[in-house]
Design a protein around this ligand. Structure first.
Ligand code: HEM
Length: 120
């Protein structure tokens, strides 16, 4: 009888320690990037239509290109009119039927600020 008492007491504390350690090891619940993604409509986009505050919607994403504009290789007058606008076609053609390079595509994620939910 005494043996049964010792064994069950030990089993109880092993179980308590197991739950405690399991809780410590489980990952903390943090909001995911997807949950935190901003949805941006055409009206909000249009509020950022200046070279010193320039957002564009390209292929369903919104980019804040303010910091990039001074580095863009074209004349400013070619890219700046697209600030605040849905600019997929301009991006895909450079306004003269030529695609941007893969290097240009690779720059985009750095400036992404959300998902475009407005019409084009
Ligand atoms: C949406 C409006 C845009 C227009 C109208 C536009 C237009 C142009 C033009 C005319 C050139 C120079 C001539 C040429 O290479 O053919 C150029 C080059 C370039 N643009 Fe844009 N651009 C736009 C947006 C962007 C964005 C958002 C990025 C990247 C964040 C970008 C990155 C580049 C790069 C890296 C080049 C050098 C050539 C290449 O890699 O294709 N552009 N763009």
């Amino acid at each position: 009888m005494r043996k049964l008492f010792y064994v069950s007491t030990a089993a109880f504390w092993v179980a308590v320690a197991g739950f405690w350690i399991g809780d410590l090891l489980s990952p903390a619940t943090e909001p995911t990037a997807t949950a935190a993604e901003r949805s941006i409509g055409a009206a909000e986009l249009a509020g950022h239509a200046k070279p010193d505050d320039c957002w564009m919607a390209i292929h369903g994403s919104v980019y804040d290109l303010t910091a990039y504009l001074p580095d863009h290789p074209s004349r400013p007058s070619i890219i700046e009119p697209w600030c605040g606008k849905e600019a997929t076609e301009a991006y895909d053609t450079k306004t003269k039927g030529r695609k941007h390079s893969p290097e240009a595509d690779a720059l985009l994620p750095k400036y992404r600020i959300g998902r475009f939910v407005g019409g084009s």
